[in-house]
Design a binder for this molecule. Sequence first.
Ligand SMILES: C[S@@+](CC[C@H](N)C(=O)[O-])C[C@H]1O[C@@H](n2cnc3c(N)ncnc32)[C@H](O)[C@@H]1O
Length: 264
Amino acid sequence: MTETAAAADWQAWQRSWDRQQEWYLPDREERFRAMLDAVEALVGPEPRILDLACGTGSISDRALRRFPKATSTGVDLDPALLTIARGHFTAESLFRAESRVAFVTADLRDPEWTRRLPHRHYDAVLTATALHWLRSEELSVLYGQVAGVLRDGGVFLNADHMPDPATPRINAADHAFQKERQARDKAAGTQDWVDWWETAARDAALAGPVAERFRIFGNPADGDHADGEVQSAAWHARALRDAGFAEARAVWCSVSDAMVLGLK
Ligand SMILES: C[S@@+](CC[C@H](N)C(=O)[O-])C[C@H]1O[C@@H](n2cnc3c(N)ncnc32)[C@H](O)[C@@H]1O
């Protein structure tokens, strides 16, 4: 992506975000598919979705394509990723025609963040590769707030890095295997998190929101979410039950990641 030619090509930015995220998670699309299968199974094919820590809106994108009558609210704090999200969904006539998506700027650590939502209740709250940015006690509070915005019978799905501490040799072997794959992909030109943000900072249309993003979260080159905590899938299921969910369990996993479902 050059500095100016693709400055407002939001679909290209969306695609480059997806490639960068897939460098960490080669089974990302498979995980989205499993997430939306669970949504359809539990609340049907016309969900009102809350896409939590939505970034550029990758979950909303997959959901609105798969479910023509779905709507989505994306929530995030990052002005640069929300700029890409708004640009991408505005440019996609499929979404624009029916005003099916809205984006809200909010900090999920703010006790009042749910007041910014356009709806009181949702059928599905979905999130991916995001809640490990929060500390465990913040996440427990957030789970209670999520229960509050879900209708009875609604579904919550959190797909994230959730290693199992009981299997250190399996984890180490997978880690080494993934590092080798990442080195090969990087040599072939794939951008990691730091590279991607450096490129975004040089783009004329994104430089302002990226500078603001660095003020809020710090510069990725200096480490930008070291405060967060990673927990196992079993921890998440327990925290969801403690927050008032009727049932909670892992419904998908790889060696390092899992997706936990909470049913209200
Ligand atoms: C790795 S991205 C994942 C984005 C998207 N879910 C995806 O899968 O592509 C993590 C997201 O969490 C958001 N985030 C982190 N902490 C947040 C907070 N306190 N409030 C709102 N969003 C937050 C970041 O801004 C970022 O968009």
